[in-house]
Design a protein around this ligand. Structure first.
Ligand code: 9MR
Length: 583
């Protein structure tokens, strides 16, 4: 709260790539106080030599932060090292400042600047595996398999609870977030985004790069096909683990159940093994069924070479889910009274964007024209829709991307979609350049999981860049990474373990229940709607502007919780960054 980070010079607290633009943001005037700053100097940590200096930009108003800011541009600095940015006035003979009024935390410049963030983000999924014993030498997380009751979950039928004796094995998969629920929509969307990251940046992801503690948990990290053993990149090992859980959530008729959880939330300090509540399989949804079909159709491509049997199975699953959608043309979200008592809703009552995504991925994977026909007959209008950042309840742009990259696409349709991505990127870049912090969020975007939304917007800039290469798109995407890693109005980095001021009290049962800090969690971040008491009180007390509605408090599930789908877009951005680092 009020004793948050004090530095008025905000930087990406992890660092910058040598070849990328580098900017610091100085809050010269806030709703509380003003500092004098005309010039900046970038100083090497340790010896303190000034390596770059210059005038700050003209002042820019940032209404989301209720600040006036100036920027320091030191993009030409490419020598690897550790630095700070100081601001103030006057200039000495060696280019230093005569008077320093504020300084940033230290940060690095280097081609490997983000390797640790990427490894932490990916291996976090492993640490969050349900029903799995983890003994992790890196974080010290040491937990026996929890929720073993998932192997025989009961079906939930609402208030008039009647046990029909049916039991389902829904073991596996990752815990969704700081809770122990497992939900189909965020799972499928997360896997979809991770597989897209792999398809776009295959050279960024390797076997062994994240030191996954999979052997310790007894799960195989490589796939054996006949005589040959292929090493899977860590990212694909992890995505496959989630896909294998999703398989268990599919019914015989192709539809997907909605989620697995208990009827009551576990306390915040319950470790996985403490939570022995009975677990249920809840609901069914066509939007989740469609997202599953999309992710499985992608898996059929991505694993085709290295895990061909799995890839074939994935395609069958995708086709089966799609067949269900074809014979059930109306959207359905089956809801039983009481099903949200111990878990999140992830509710969506429409499914057009998801059907579009599923069908486009199947078209891309199979080239089967029946999928093109289905799109033309039912969703022709969505070819003309604007691109929008993918999130769990809107995956249209993932579908548009799949379509425009499909060999079997109609050329005119694909061209139109390419323009939609480029138009989106041009507008977004203009908004980023006008924003004090170069953040992609509009005022109303500072809602639950705003950090994820900024990153997701950044990922669309990178897709636009793949269509029509433009340095501004890449810079704007990296700006969202810089935001997540601490160049924020609050001075916090919104990723645990990264930078000088990361969240130290994330809302997380695995962390609280085991007393282990887990790095690599992207937290929700600023949430102007104050959807939990703790952040709501903070907002009321401080009259915080949208971009400062954040507290680093365990209780704040609407500002300080991680979820699987929050990490997916940062992995995408880091994938791109890694290919830049290589160059
Ligand atoms: O990320 C979800 C966000 O978009 C919703 O607004 C919010 C309220 O429904 O739920 C978030 O998801 C939570 C889920 O329901 C339960 N597990 C924790 C998730 C992150 O807070």
């Amino acid at each position: 709260g009020s004793d948050g980070p004090a530095e008025r010079v905000r930087v990406d607290q992890v660092g910058y790539l040598p070849s990328a633009p580098k900017r610091a943001v100085v809050a010269v005037e806030t709703d509380r106080s003003t500092i004098e700053a005309e010039r900046f100097a970038v100083r090497e940590c340790g010896p303190g030599d000034v390596v770059r200096s210059g005038a700050l930009s003209d002042p820019v108003d940032d209404p989301d932060a209720a600040e006036t800011v100036r920027r320091a541009d030191f993009s030409t600095l490419s020598e690897p090292g550790e630095y700070r940015v100081a601001v103030g006035r006057g200039v000495t003979d060696d280019g230093d400042l005569q008077a320093v009024t504020a300084e940033s935390v230290p940060f690095r410049v280097g081609t490997d600047a983000y390797d640790g963030v990427l490894a932490d983000a990916v291996r976090l999924y492993t640490l969050k595996r349900s029903n799995t014993a983890i003994d992790d030498p890196v974080t010290g997380l040491d937990v026996p398999a929890g929720h073993t009751q998932d192997a025989r979950a009961a079906m939930y039928f609402g208030d008039e609870f009647r046990d029909d004796g049916e039991r389902l094995d829904v073991s596996g998969g990752w815990y969704d977030a700081g809770d122990y629920g497992k939900y189909v929509p965020p799972a499928a969307v997360t896997v979809g985004q991770l597989l897209l990251a792999y398809e776009q940046y295959p050279s960024a992801f390797e076997a062994g790069q994240c030191d996954l503690p999979v052997e310790a948990s007894g799960v195989e990290g490589s796939v054996t096909d006949g005589e040959d053993a292929f090493e899977l990149p860590d990212l694909l090992v992890e995505a496959k683990f989630e896909l294998e859980w999703l398989e268990r959530m599919q019914r015989e008729d192709g539809a997907l159940y909605h989620k697995v959880a208990a009827r009551e939330w576990p306390a915040i300090d319950e470790a996985p093994t403490d939570d022995d509540r009975e677990r249920f399989v809840y609901g069914l949804s066509t939007f989740g069924t469609a997202q599953y079909a999309a992710a499985m159709a992608m898996a059929a491509r991505v694993y085709a070479e290295r895990a061909p049997e799995f890839a074939e199975r994935a395609l069958e699953h995708a086709r089966g889910a799609h067949a269900y959608l074809e014979s059930n043309p109306d959207p359905e979200f089956r809801f039983d009274e009481g099903q949200d008592d111990g878990s999140g809703p992830y509710r969506k009552d429409t499914d057009r964007e998801e059907r579009f995504w599923a069908t486009a991925e199947l078209l891309k994977t199979t080239g089967d024209t029946r999928y093109a026909d289905y799109l033309e007959v039912r969703f022709a209008d969505l070819f003309d829709a604007e691109a929008r950042a993918p999130v769990w309840d809107d995956t249209l742009s993932l579908g548009q991307w799949a379509y425009l990259t499909a060999d079997a696409a109609d050329d005119a349709r694909a061209d139109r979609l390419e323009s939609a991505f480029v138009d989106y990127a041009d507008d977004l870049v203009a908004a980023i350049e006008a924003d004090g912090y170069r953040c992609a969020l509009d005022t109303e975007d500072y809602h639950w999981a705003s950090t994820k939304l900024a990153l997701s917007k950044g990922s669309l800039l990178l897709l636009a860049n793949a269509i029509d290469s433009d340095a501004r798109y890449v810079a704007g995407a990296l700006d969202q990474l810089h935001y997540a890693l601490g160049r924020t109005p609050t001075g916090y980095s919104y990723v645990t373990g990264q930078g000088t001021h990361p969240p130290r009290n994330p809302h997380d049962r695995l962390v609280e229940g085991t007393g282990t800090d887990l790095p690599g969690m992207v937290v929700g971040g600023a949430n102007r709607n104050g959807d939990d008491e703790t952040v709501a009180e903070y907002i009321a007390e401080t009259d915080a502007p949208p971009a400062k509605c954040y507290v680093d408090a365990t209780e704040s599930y609407s500002a300080n919780e991680w979820a699987i789908d929050y990490t997916a877009p940062i992995v995408f951005l880091l994938g791109h960054a890694r290919t830049m680092g290589d160059a």
